[in-house]
Design a protein around this ligand. Structure first.
Ligand code: CO
Length: 193
């Protein structure tokens, strides 16, 4: 298990337009493993490569609820079950593209790169996403609700787009002010040290 550092807004790397993956090699498979580990550890329901400082078009997603694993699992055998359960809903997608969309949904959204801030975001309703798995085989998903929202959020990251960019002007300005205030406090804290 290897965790990578999640870049935090306003890191300029988060604004990069990522390059399509041309070849699946050992480094790329390691990146996929690390991205899943990092997402689960955060914990989050999705992560895009630029969030860990890699400008490649790769996302990982897992929207399955994880509450059940907190039961009475304590023997070594059960730990394995827990590990398996954790990755049950894992989707790794290389060069993902939204090829169809219909309708609209509005729901609360946050981002591991903008920790502590949530806002209602308007997204496409039902979507079809296509891409490649780690074997290089073409795969596709039809998604709605949270699943659809997470795909759109993560694919936005590959184009340097953050959920705050999807807000109306007033909402965005209010949220940005709050974020900057929080960042200012952080900077002050460091300045004292
Ligand atoms: Co995000």
């Amino acid at each position: 298990m290897a965790l990578r550092k999640i870049l935090i807004y306003p890191d300029s790397f988060l604004r990069k337009k990522c390059e399509p993956v041309e070849e699946i090699d050992g480094d790329l498979l390691e990146l996929l493993d690390d991205m899943a580990d990092t997402m689960y550890a955060a914990p989050g329901v999705g992560l895009a490569a630029p969030q860990v400082g890699v400008d490649k078009r790769i996302i990982v997603v897992d929207v399955l609820p994880r509450g059940e694993k907190d039961g009475e699992l304590d023997s070594e055998e059960d730990d394995e079950v827990e590990e398996e359960y954790d990755r049950r809903g894992l989707i790794e997608l290389i060069n993902p593209e939204i090829v169809f969309s219909e309708g609209e949904i509005i729901g609360e959204e946050g981002c591991l790169s903008i920790p502590g801030f949530l806002s209602d975001v308007k997204r496409k309703g039902v979507i079809t996403v296509e891409g490649y798995n780690r074997e290089g085989e073409p795969v596709g998903y039809e998604a709605e609700e949270l699943f659809s929202r997470v795909f759109q959020h993560e694919i936005d990251h590959l184009d340097g787009v953050l959920f705050i960019d999807r807000l109306g002007r007033l909402k965005r300005e209010l949220l940005l002010r709050k974020i900057e205030k929080a960042l200012g406090k952080e900077q002050k804290k460091y300045a004292v040290l």
